[in-house]
Design a protein. Structure first.
Length: 515
């Protein structure tokens, strides 16, 4: 009997994905219109929403139904054993009024932070679901800064006329002076260890909320709705277990600052399937805290399955990092499509992060029109696009040294990329035991690897415009097997090996590779 793709993946990766448990919701209905909600897009329905949620909770749980209409509301605090269900035609618009968002202690970009309460907010809850065919809109344009180079001249002029302020160079627009000055002042408070929300009041407009923040929750289901136009990250489950996200659309403008789609952060047992992403930053991202704070928390992101998803735009299609200090392991990605992302499969970290990324299994990925690299491992990431570079100097290994190992990537097709594969490993901690098989790519450049040990490249079929097709620098124990297309369009050699410490490079001589 022929085994399925999933069975083969389990057998080859050596670990089994536990069952992801769905929430259990009692069979009771509560319609927001029965609590005075008016769907005209103008009436403030915050109290009506919260009254319906409270009544549902006091009854022991059930389904709160949002019918078709435009429902303006402030941020909502959810409850255990609650399903928030949107019927077709329902659009939930979260208010642009900053003072409606209480300041709360949360987590942002991997460290404990005071932020404005998220529009969809839950902490320490169990059995919560958001379902249906409706739309949740964060009205993020009221909060987000904008970089001038991301807009046309006409769009930039229109933005300036809308109000707000720009920085001294005129390259960065902010919705207010308080928002523009907020970063410097809040960083000082964080460094001083001050997490008292009252101390941050003057900088509220800078403390942009994620659209959805679920913290330390269990049994989560997002099934069906569209989540869009967030002030910062769109979906952020943190330190949660049994997370199912399916049949969901996530949208942010392509220029949205910190406009991530899904950041699964220090979560365990998650299933992400049949979702669509079109966002302004990384699309499907695994995280686990940043630097010392992430290592102290010590909760890895683990036992994750991602399948049958499409990413239309994003800085990365599937991403690990750069905040991965608590570790990321046992992640399986399959049957996904990336169209026009900046990078396809993206792994990033930096010295100081620490953390261990291992047992990652990726199969059957399709990509087209990738701006940069189809596959990228970048261990010199410094928080901005294109930052960092490979360095020759080895640093002492410490708890802040990130480790990436035991990663399998198979059956990947990419038509159109700047580079097929880039590895910028650390001299003191090279990438280890990475296996890439059945990789077909049409790209300007081929494979560029700095600092990797136990690397297997098998059945690569690359069409490049610039040679060499494969360049290895300071690599050890590399196997090149059954490679196709021995040479680039420029007629340069297939393989170049450099670095005094490069050792044990094995390849099939019959492929005619010049070294």
């Amino acid at each position: 009997m022929t085994r399925s793709h999933e069975e083969l993946s389990v057998a080859q990766s050596g670990w089994t994905m536990p069952e992801v448990l769905l929430p259990e919701i009692p069979d009771r209905l509560f319609r927001i219109t029965d609590f005075g909600a008016v769907g005209d897009g103008r009436t403030d329905n915050t109290q009506s929403f919260q009254s319906a949620i409270r009544a549902c909770s006091e009854a022991g749980g059930g389904r709160v139904v949002i019918p078709a209409g435009l429902w303006l509301t402030g941020p909502l605090k959810l409850a255990s054993r609650l399903e928030l269900h949107t019927e077709a035609g329902a659009v939930v618009l979260f208010t642009k009024a900053f003072d409606e968002y209480p300041l709360v202690l949360s987590s942002f970009e991997g460290i404990p932070s005071v932020r404005c309460q998220s529009p969809l907010d839950a902490e320490g809850l169990e059995h919560i679901a958001i379902t249906g065919e409706g739309i949740f809109d964060g009205n993020g344009e009221a909060w987000r800064p904008v970089k001038r180079w991301k807009m046309t001249a006409k769009q930039w002029a229109s933005l300036l006329q809308s109000g707000g302020v720009t920085d001294a160079e005129g390259e960065f627009w902010w919705p207010s002076v308080a928002a523009m000055n907020g970063r410097e002042m809040t960083e000082k408070l964080i460094q001083a260890g001050n997490h008292n929300p009252a101390a941050y009041e003057a900088y509220r407009e800078y403390l942009r909320p994620n659209l959805l923040s679920f913290r330390r929750c269990k049994h989560i289901l997002l099934d069906g709705p569209t989540f869009q136009n967030s002030a910062a990250w769109c979906l952020h489950p943190w330190a949660s277990e049994h997370v199912t996200i399916r049949n969901t659309t996530v949208r942010n403008p392509w220029f949205a600052q910190n406009g991530d789609g899904l950041d699964l952060d220090s979560c365990r047992y998650a299933m992400i399937e049949n979702c669509r992403f079109d966002v302004g930053d990384d699309a499907i991202c695994m995280k686990s805290g940043k630097d010392e704070a992430g290592r102290a928390l010590g909760i890895p992101c683990e036992y994750i399955t991602i399948r049958n998803c499409i990413v239309y735009h994003g800085h990365g299609g599937f991403v690990i990092g750069s905040e991965m200090s608590g570790g990321v392991r046992r992640v399986r990605v399959s049957d996904c499509t990336f169209i026009g992302t900046d990078i396809g499969l993206r792994f990033k970290s930096a010295r100081g992060r620490g953390g261990l990324v291992e047992e990652i299994d990726i199969r059957r990925i399709r990509m087209t029109n990738i701006v940069g690299e189809a596959i990228s491992f970048h261990l010199f990431y410094a928080g901005v696009e294109g930052s960092g570079s490979a360095q020759e100097e080895a640093f002492p290994v410490s708890e802040g040294t990130p480790v990436f190992r035991d990663i399998a990537i198979e059956d990947v097709t990419c038509t159109g990329a700047q580079t097929a594969l880039v590895v910028n490993g650390l001299p003191e901690m090279p990438l280890e035991n990475v296996r890439i098989r059945n990789f077909q790519a049409v790209s300007h450049r081929g494979v560029i690897v700095h600092y990797a040990n136990k690397l297997v490249l098998e059945r690569l079929h690359l069409q490049t415009n610039e040679g060499p097709v494969i360049k290895l620098h300071q690599c050890k124990d590399v196997e090149l097997k059954k490679l196709g297309n021995p040479g680039s369009a420029t007629g340069e050699s297939m393989l170049i090996v450099t670095g005094a410490d490069s050792d044990n490079i094995r390849y099939d001589e019959k492929e005619g590779m010049a070294v």
